[in-house]
Design a protein around this ligand. Structure first.
Ligand SMILES: Cc1cc2nc3c(=O)[nH]c(=O)nc-3n(C[C@H](O)[C@H](O)[C@H](O)COP(=O)(O)O)c2cc1C
Length: 177
């Protein structure tokens, strides 16, 4: 079946190498809009997206993320934009809601020629004292209300940063017709 959306869904790959230049506001906003229009349990829109392009803040989040792993390298692979997705943990579907936001944003990024990747450990980062202080600094009054779901990194893909898709496992689908 010929369809551009389906092509995008099949072509998207995680990108782990980026050019050293920022994406445009138009691109950023297109990706954010796709995120905001993701489905959410009972339409409650539990997630929030913190769009980080300030280098100092980006690097602070990167360091906190690395420290969760006990690593010192940049877990964001040099990507200049980090979209941190947290969600209101009083909503029963907050993890699913936040995950769909990230999925939409990764596919939107692919559709406009950006590279992207889900980077984990947002939960641990933003339940730490330093993470909560950072959230307060950027204007979130009640950081305890939000749990980190994941980070969607974005940038222009550099050569060699994407691997081909693995073959899909044989028993992925069970047809019941
Ligand atoms: C929940 C989740 C967590 C992930 N965490 C990371 C991560 O911390 N670092 C990373 O490099 N990739 C991470 N990824 C990307 C996966 O490794 C990647 O999606 C997978 O290898 C399949 O490759 P593809 O995205 O190119 O299809 C994560 C993906 C998901 C869905």
């Amino acid at each position: 079946m010929e369809n551009k959306v389906l092509d995008t869904l099949l072509q998207r790959r995680s990108c782990r190498k980026y050019e050293d230049r920022q994406i445009t506001d138009e691109e950023l906003n297109a990706v954010l809009k796709a995120g905001m229009y993701a489905p959410s349990g009972m339409g409650k829109q539990s997630p929030i997206i913190i769009a980080v392009q300030n280098k100092e803040i980006r690097d602070r989040i990167s360091k906190l993320n690395a420290s969760v792993m006990g690593a010192s390298s940049d877990p964001f692979y040099g990507a200049p934009t980090v979209l941190v997705v947290l969600a209101d943990n009083s909503v029963g579907t907050f993890v699913e809601d936040g995950s769909l936001v990230i999925g939409n944003m990764l596919n939107a990024a692919e559709s406009i020629g950006l590279g992207g990747c889900w980077i984990h450990r947002a939960k641990q980062v933003f339940e730490s004292q330093e993470g909560k202080e950072l959230l307060k600094e950027i204007g979130i009054i009640d950081p305890d209300r939000y749990t980190g779901v994941g980070n969607c990194i974005l940038g222009y893909p550099a050569k060699g940063g994407q691997n081909p898709a693995l073959a899909r496992k044989e028993d992925y689908i069970i047809y019941v017709k």
